[in-house]
Design a binder for this molecule. Sequence first.
Ligand code: NAP
Ligand code: ZN
Ligand code: ZN
Length: 354
Amino acid sequence: MLPTLSYAAASAKAPLAPYRFERRDPRDLDVVIDILYCGVCHSDLHTVRDEWGKGEYPIVPGHEIIGRVTAVGKGVTKFKVGDMAGVGCLVDSCRECASCKEDLEQFCENGFTLTYAGKDRHDGRVTQGGYSSQIVVDEAFTLRISDKLDPAAAAPLLCAGITTYSPLKHWKVGKGSKVGVVGLGGLGHMALKLAHAFGAKVVQFTTSESKREDALRLGADEVVLSNNPEQMKAHAGTFDFILDTVSAKHDLDVYLQMLKRGGTMTLVGVPDKPAELGAGALIFGRRSLAGSLIGGIAETQEMLDFCAEHGIASDIEKINIQDINEAYERMLKSDVKYRFVIDMASLKKEGAAA
Ligand code: NAP
Ligand code: ZN
Ligand code: ZN
């Protein structure tokens, strides 16, 4: 077994604190990754605080993982020791169902295995995530990271990047589309960059006036303060597609009314409380409300390669792992520009001192 340092939540009310556990020895198709950086996703916070109601503690969160391969199982062909590698939200799936066969492992009909708070299909142990010194993952669920990408700024692509890339592709956002992005956080700023790179006209909706200049710099053609009815009204009925990344309960009707006839609004944010919805905004205009979940492994690789090719990565604020609880509080105040990324050297230093 591989002794591993981490930060974990012992309960929904406990702050994250140092925790030691053992990773499995690599199986034939596993790679062992020494973690250099891990992004901080709002899903980490929802999960450790049990807002989605499925926590089994202790939980080591983290599913935006980048690091160097330090060992490989004897059947591994995709990676060798020293390679840069990434791990996102999934570490396994059944690989046999219709969804898996179509490279849509995130919709595995027999249940995919989450990177943390999941259950390993072979040994039944609870999976633990990337706020840790190392991780052991099947090569089929490990991503190649181009050396054109800065590893710290690329970490958030593993969740925030793919979660926004996949719906933009699925709903065919490109030249000629008018797209709205709701919420300028980790997911929102990636949606903005990607929709802009795909050639769409992008309007950023935000509740934070202080983010206006950044939104324009990140690729928005226009920025709308969502609590300003005048600014909102000017765009009514004009969008082909809206991607909603908001992490807390909010009014969906106002955004549905922004869609053109036949337009689609897709939710990727997962607030802890259900939304209220009037049928009117959908019926008048034959509009659609949809959802989207991360992306499959092949599409995640496609997104990483696209980002490397186009010089796209996350705007990050590097933090030490000792500051993670404060970072969560700032995330709740929408005070992130635009993704916290943990520099795992801070964890290893702490481990060496202990
Ligand atoms: P984040 O960085 O905290 O960003 C969320 C943004 O939403 C905030 O920056 C803020 O933007 C806006 N917001 C927050 N509270 C709001 C409120 N009460 N009313 C209106 N706007 C509000 O979070 P994230 O990491 O991007 O994650 C966003 C959501 O997506 C989370 O629920 C997360 O769990 C979920 N998620 C889903 C998937 C998936 O596969 N579907 C994958 C990853 C994450 P402004 O300051 O611009 O208003
Ligand atoms: Zn995430
Ligand atoms: Zn499957």
